[in-house]
Design a protein around this ligand. Structure first.
Ligand code: DGJ
Length: 745
């Protein structure tokens, strides 16, 4: 890895073994983009990549050079209004009403490692040799605003992490009305756009379409990154697939409002923008003040979507997630939510936990309903003290009883919220986000606390920390169950109201930082009505997140498949729940529910007392299996083999780093009869190793070379490929299988 600068041609070349990222100072002093893609040889001069020609009807910068127009030049942080008509990366509203700016190159700095982004989550290095960072400084001569563009290239993987900082070195305050984290201009538009979208209970469904002239975008204006869209998009060449071809993933390390957009212009150039959503955003920059954007991470791969995802997985697992739990296998948990909802007593909880322990569960989690006057979802949020009617010995007493069973104890919070019917709201009605003279909307009968205010965050911190100091709590599920409306902070002046959404998220990060620092051994799982805030920003604090409130195994195939494009398996909260399922009322076999949940953090979302003895024996075997292969599931290399968005069969697998072990999950939604024979081409194996295969925990059977399994494929035909012979085993709807592969010595 290296970052080179050529003084004569004013060209930067960031490269490692996989990628080259090349920029140059343009003739008007702006920073121009020349190339991003697979690694190319270094040269002093790449100016031929900057193509300019006179095009009628377009504006031009220099009278003497009619061919130079920002409209047609690829830029690193484009501005609008000075011949570029595309959506810009930055906009600065000045006191005279002008929004024009002109960021001219000043200088650069190259440092080893990667600086932190104060108050914001970001990828990091542990050793300065892991990455190098280039900072390019530009300045607008009229306002005195200095723009610093940060580029980190990691030694391994096609990764570039970017962010921008704007500092007012002028004499007048300005309003930043747009400050994106990433602007990347690509020379053509021959891409397919992939987004990961949906809604509550069907998060991160993959949607693909061709890029077209015009704008395609996904966004959130809800105050969280949202169920509807994820702050992650992919551009892939149309012929690229899981195993080959050029792809680029763009991921925003942020949990609030965002915009991810690709704009294709009249000459098929593509501008990708990613960052805080400009809608509703403005930030007052007083003289001397700075604004730091969140980080955007780009991964380029010439080896297809699978390689791109594995690069994200490894980066986010090892250099975004932090702390005690980062590299540790995650505890198998039993959460009481779908087992009891609000209807529990201490006795019932202890009995669920006791059964869980018998089956091999390691952590019991008490979900919503343990505090204040919370008998349903209309009251109590904000009153973080145990409800003594339900829990006579408080959280401390319950935690002791759970620990006495030999389990760890976990607890649910929704720190950012308050019910109208709560002591906290009665004491501080002014602590909610609400706009003067306007109706404050409620979502699930709750208001959003104004986390942009330090005193609110301090208060909640003290409440949560008190419980964590007193009781043996090993895990926290941090929920967030509504979007933000009437966003306004009573403590800020009118000209700073555009800052509230971002300040809110900074408050959330601050609370996370303080809690994870004081309680470094507590495992945090993020949640927002399921996967409404499943984003890299929160992974920095909470190494796992509840992927969706939809716990049906068939639905989860799509949700977990879509999630896996960016996020590692150890971050994907996935549990076995009861049949019929509570969201879609579907009855799937117990083995399929576990076979899906293994590819994540794993746990149970039901009362094991209510299963039959035989089912409990199955659960014991499932837990024992997960414990045996947990490191492989959570930290192995993940390969998608067959997509739930394309057919009836889904398949995926994890492979150990040394490629000697693998586990394959195969799922068929609807059964059939007389179907074609089934073959599945595996991936990630060592072609020269012979693997012994065991199906569904049966006998070790059959030995096949890696090349056979990857080229000829694994035969998956079963009774659905013909007629069930008398006495044979029949296949069923929602069927699945797990194959374990072990290399022969
Ligand atoms: C939404 C979460 O996603 C559920 O798992 C559960 O914790 C409920 N909230 C509790 O209110």
């Amino acid at each position: 890895m290296s970052i080179l600068f050529n003084e004569k041609t004013k060209t930067f070349h960031l490269y490692n073994e996989e990628i080259s990222y090349i920029m140059t100072v343009l003739q008007n002093g702006h920073l121009g983009q020349l190339y991003f893609g697979g690694r190319i040889h270094h040269k002093e001069d790449f100016s031929y990549l900057l193509e300019t020609s006179y095009r009628p009807m377009t504006a031009y910068v220099f009278d003497e050079d009619r061919s130079f127009s920002l409209e047609h030049v690829r830029q690193e942080y484009g501005v609008y209004g000075t011949t570029d008509f595309r959506h810009p990366a930055v906009e600065v509203l000045q006191q005279n009403g002008s929004r024009i700016s002109d960021f001219v190159y000043q200088g650069y700095e190259i440092t080893d490692g990667k600086p932190e982004l104060p108050g914001l989550p970001a990828t990091y290095t542990e050793d300065a040799k892991e990455a190098q960072t280039l900072t390019v400084s530009l300045k607008d001569p009229v306002t005195g605003i200095v723009l610093e563009l940060f580029y980190t290239i990691f030694a391994a993987g096609g990764i570039i992490a970017r962010s921008a900082r704007l500092t007012n070195e002028g004499e007048e305050s300005v309003q930043l009305t747009r400050a994106m984290s990433l602007c990347l201009d690509l020379p053509d538009s021959d891409y397919e756009w992939m987004q990961f979208s949906g809604a509550w209970a069907r998060e991160r469904h993959l949607k693909v379409r061709r890029l077209e002239q015009g704008i395609q975008a996904v966004d959130s204006m809800r105050g969280n990154s949202s169920h509807e869209h994820n702050p992650f998009i992919v551009l892939k060449r149309p012929a690229a697939d899981e195993e080959q071809g050029e792809v680029m993933g763009f991921s925003l390390v942020y949990s609030g409002n965002f915009l991810a957009q690709a704009q294709v212009d009249a000459h098929d150039m593509t501008r990708v923008l990613l960052g805080i959503h400009p809608m509703g955003f403005s930030w007052k920059l007083e003289p001397g003040a700075s604004f730091q954007t969140p980080e955007a991470v780009t991964v380029y791969s010439a080896k297809g979507l699978g390689d791109m995802s594995r690069t994200f997985h490894s980066l986010y697992r090892k250099r975004l997630a932090r702390g005690y739990w980062r590299d540790r296998e995650r505890p198998i948990l039993n959460n009481n939510w779908e087992a009891t909802y609000f209807n529990f007593t201490e006795e019932r909880l202890v009995s669920i936990a006791g059964r869980a322990k018998e089956c091999g569960v390691e952590l019991f989690v008490l979900d919503d309903g343990w505090f204040g006057a919370r008998s349903d979802d209309r009251a109590g949020l904000g009153d973080w003290e145990a409800n003594r009617d339900r829990l006579p010995d408080g959280i401390t007493g319950l935690a002791e009883k759970i620990e006495a069973l030999g389990l760890k104890f976990g607890l649910w919070f929704e720190p950012e919220m308050v019910n109208r019917d709560s002591d906290l709201y009665r004491a501080h009605p002014d602590w909610i986000l609400q706009t003067p003279d306007r109706h404050p909307s409620q979502g699930r009968s709750q208001y959003v606390l104004d986390f942009s205010r330090g005193e609110v965050v301090d208060f909640i911190y003290e409440r949560m920390a008190k419980i964590l100091r007193e009781a043996k709590v090993s895990y926290i599920k941090w929920d967030m169950n509504r979007s933000i409306t009437e966003c306004y902070c009573a403590a800020l002046p009118a000209d700073r109201q555009g800052e509230v959404f971002h300040r809110y998220i900074l408050g959330v990060y601050d609370l996370y930082e303080r809690l994870t620092s004081e309680f470094p051994h507590v495992l945090f799982e993020s949640c927002a009505s399921g996967g409404g805030r499943f984003d890299p920003g929160l992974l920095y604090y909470a190494p796992q997140g509840w992927a969706s409130d939809d716990s049906d195994a068939v639905e989860r195939l799509k949700i977990q498949y879509g999630t896996s494009f960016c996020y590692p398996l150890c971050s994907i909260g996935s549990h076995v729940s009861v049949a019929p399922n509570h969201q879609v009322f579907r009855s799937t076999p117990l083995h399929t529910r576990a076979n899906v949940a293994y590819f994540g953090t794993f746990g149970y979302e039901l009362d094991l007392n209510r299963l039959t003895e035989e089912e409990r024996e199955t659960v014991k075997a499932q837990i024992a299996f997960m414990k045996r292969y947990r490191r492989l599931f959570q930290f192995g290399d993940f390969y998608r083999l067959s997509s739930p968005f394309e057919g009836n069969v889904t398949a995926w697998m994890v492979v150990s780093e040394d490629r000697r072990k693998a586990v394959l999950g195969w799922y068929r939604v609807l059964n059939g009869v007389n179907l074609p024979y089934g073959r599945l081409r595996l991936n990630g194996l060592d072609p020269d190793l012979a693997y012994r295969i065991c199906m569904d925990g049966g006998q070790w059977d059959g030995v096949y070379y890696g090349d056979e399994l990857m080229k000829a494929g694994l035969v998956t035909s079963d009774s659905a490929s013909g007629e069930v012979p008398r006495g044979g085993t029949s296949s069923c709807d929602f069927d699945s299988r797990i194959y374990v592969l072990k290399a022969e010595e």
